[in-house]
Design a protein. Structure first.
Length: 169
């Protein structure tokens, strides 16, 4: 694992030839960036914990009424928790590597797409014998999101393949 101070020294050296950006300004901006990333991480963590507690509470209190509705709502909330956790992971990777890393954001897209497929699937199931137009709309949405899932999966595959290639100098 590379030493963060080495990376900071490399960044300072990059700006040494640039009179418009002094090393002090570079360090201050880096510190401000880290503070913002940390605050974002705290908010994401707090939101995930709150949603997780709410999912458990809702499941426990509504389980006796309608089991399938309680499980559906809990699953919907838990998938949102997964999205928040993946965003937290993406924030951590961005802080560690000092650049935006694509894969965690692609995973968030996949999880969000799966969440929508589940919600639309449940809506389609409920509309089967009742509303033909709503059923068709749900099926079209599921098909569209499934196509998006395929594109996101291919994107992750390409990103992983690119990461395995040796770096060019």
């Amino acid at each position: 694992m590379p030493d963060p101070t080495d990376r900071e020294q490399d960044e300072d050296a990059e700006h040494a030839g640039n009179p418009s950006m002094s090393p002090v300004v570079t360090r201050l901006l880096r510190m401000a960036e880290n503070v913002i990333y940390c605050l974002v991480s705290v908010v994401l963590f707090a939101a995930a914990v709150i949603l997780l507690v709410q999912a458990g509470y809702d499941l426990a209190t509504t389980l006796g009424d309608d089991v399938s509705a309680a499980v559906r709502d809990t699953l919907d909330t838990l998938l949102l928790v997964f999205i928040l956790v993946e965003l937290l992971s993406a924030t951590r990777e961005t802080m560690n590597q000092r650049k935006i890393v694509a894969e965690p954001f692609l995973l968030v897209g996949i999880i969000a797409s799966i969440k929508e497929v589940v919600v639309l699937g449940i809506g389609a199931k409920e509309a089967v014998g009742k509303d033909k137009e709503e059923f068709e709309s749900s099926m079209l949405g599921i098909g569209t999101i499934t196509g998006l899932l395929l594109v996101l999966s291919i994107a992750i595959l390409l990103v992983r393949r690119k990461e395995r290639e040796p770096e060019e100098d």
